[in-house]
Design a binder for this molecule. Structure first.
Ligand code: FAD
Length: 476
């Protein structure tokens, strides 16, 4: 069949499956689906955005695409940061399969502590529904107002709560997946224990839409915290922060639910960006931590615990100053500062993000070496370091300085990336801690993964997607 007759046949058959309101071929309506939150992955095209309403419609769409060898890019909330959910400029334009209409919360089991939820359910919506029952799905992202459960699982999302509860893959008991062939794998098990063979769901978690379309999942829940203590702390050095982390891990154990870091540059940008933004300290510092303790039981014992840990830290010279949030509002203001850093830096022009992780003891050396690499080469480039210190994940982002706003070309920033990744990987770290590979980090997969690891990844892809129609040109 020629390309034109494939397109005609595709459109006719898709319309029959999803109805006239279940797709769009209007270029204006398609436009927002073509770039993601990284703002760096444009140029790809798509003739069609298809929005099936249920799993069987997803399966039927996939069967048609499999037969006609049409490529499919699954897309959730489109908050990804590596171009994984948008078409690449090369190759035949794929269709975009938006999961937005599969948004039902199918069940909540308040005794077994699980929820069965469809892929297109927005994370924030799920949290709001669970809150009314005193429950929580312990995944927390700055993008929770738009990102969807399917996208969270396909990217194995992390976020601040990963320190206590693990990444998305640790929070899943079962999955429903539509394969490239259109077959539906019903793996929606609610079991906490199941050693009855290979754990197939783990293949799809973190596979960024390249091995199957996640249509629903069984997620683990926890009781909603009823006691939360939040503190903004300035520490003498990153090494001092590590000492404090070590002590808190022993003293407060599972109550430590966030241990976030912001360097002085990140904090200055965030304060400048936030309308009521002001430094809660009387003078600026070089290193900040945002700490959170939480417990599902009511009471106020965590406040005393936090005070004790911080005053011990002060006596040891690790903690320079600390403010414990006196109200929920103040705690929110602290989190707002932390979450504003990427948006604040975006105002300086294009940003090249490095989402690295290293074993915890190497964080201080990583920061020293990465900053030396940047400042030793260019004075017009600004580096920010912030992120999830407690699990070894640092966002090390480059942009123009405020003075050079908008004047440093993307290529100049990108030139430093290999050196930054070399430092992290050389310490036993990773070039992608939580954002994934998508389109932007494929070269790193080729460069840093061993030939055997790459071969195994290719073999898996070949088994599950023999015609390379699922999100081609992503990950491998
Ligand atoms: C302000 C902000 C803060 C963020 N903070 C964090 C953070 O703290 N931690 C973190 O890990 N990430 C973070 N992110 C990145 C992003 O929010 C996450 O990667 C999120 O999990 C993506 O979900 P999404 O629904 O937007 O997926 P999309 O962007 O739509 O897609 C992401 C990838 O998943 C695939 N995909 C989507 N849905 C499905 C499906 N149903 N089946 C199969 N594949 C699918 C896509 O093809 C693509 O490869 C942040 C992003 C922003 C903009």
């Amino acid at each position: 069949m020629s390309r034109v007759s494939v397109a005609r046949s595709l459109l006719k058959r898709i319309e029959k499956i999803v109805g006239a309101s279940g797709y769009t071929a209007d270029p204006k309506e398609i436009e927002p689906y073509l770039s993601d939150a990284s703002d760096r992955c444009r140029g790809g095209q798509s003739p069609l955005v298809v929005r099936p309403a249920c799993t069987s419609e997803v399966a039927e769409v996939m069967r048609v695409c499999y037969e006609l060898r049409v490529a499919v890019v699954p897309q959730g909330g489109n908050t990804g940061l590596v171009g994984g959910g948008v078409p690449r400029p090369q190759g035949a334009p794929p269709i975009i399969l938006s999961l937005t209409r599969l948004k039902r919360i199918r069940a909540v089991d308040a005794i077994g502590l699980t929820t069965t939820v469809e892929a297109g359910c927005v994370l924030g919506h799920l949290q709001a529904q669970l809150e009314t029952r005193g429950l929580w799905f312990p995944l927390r992202l700055g993008a929770e107002g738009s990102c969807q459960i399917g996208g969270n699982l396909a990217t194995n999302a992390g976020g601040p709560a990963a320190l206590r509860y693990g990444n998305a893959r640790d929070l899943v008991l079962g999955l429903e997946v539509v394969l490239a062939s259109g077959e539906i794998w019903d793996g929606l098990r609610r079991l906490r224990k199941d050693n009855s063979g290979y754990d197939l769901k783990q293949l799809f978690l973190g596979s960024e839409g390249t091995l199957g379309i996640i249509t629903a999942a069984v997620l683990k829940l926890v009781a909603r915290p009823r006691q939360v203590q939040t503190a903004l702390v300035s520490v003498a050095t990153p090494a001092a922060a590590m000492e404090l982390l070590g002590r808190m891990t022993v003293l407060v154990g599972e109550h430590l639910t966030a241990f976030e870091y912001l360097d002085g540059t990140s904090m200055a940008l965030a304060i400048d960006y936030t309308p009521a933004g002001r430094n809660p300290f009387s003078k600026p510092h070089d290193h900040y931590l945002l700490l959170e303790l939480a417990a599902s039981r009511a009471g106020d014992d965590l406040g005393q615990c936090l005070e004790a840990v911080l005053s011990a830290g002060m006596q040891k010279g690790e903690v320079v100053d600390a403010v414990i949030a006196a109200s929920l509002e103040q705690a929110r203001a602290f989190w707002h500062l932390r979450e504003s850093v990427p948006l604040a830096q975006r105002r300086l022009g294009v940003v090249v993000k490095h989402d690295i992780s290293v074993p915890l003891e190497h964080i201080p050396t990583f920061l020293k070496q990465a900053k030396r690499l940047v400042f030793g080469s260019r004075v017009d480039i600004l580096a920010t370091a912030f992120g999830h210190f407690g699990d070894g994940n640092i966002h090390f982002n480059l942009s123009a300085t405020p003075r050079e706003r908008g004047r440093v070309p993307l290529a100049d920033l990108e030139r430093l990336s290999r050196g930054i990744y070399d430092i992290a990987v050389g310490m036993g770290g990773s070039f992608s801690a939580e954002h994934g590979v998508g389109r932007l980090r494929r070269e790193e997969v080729q460069h840093y993964k061993s030939p055997l690891e790459r071969r195994l990844m290719r073999d898996l892809k070949q088994v599950l997607d023999p015609f390379d129609i699922l999100n081609p040109g992503k990950v491998i």
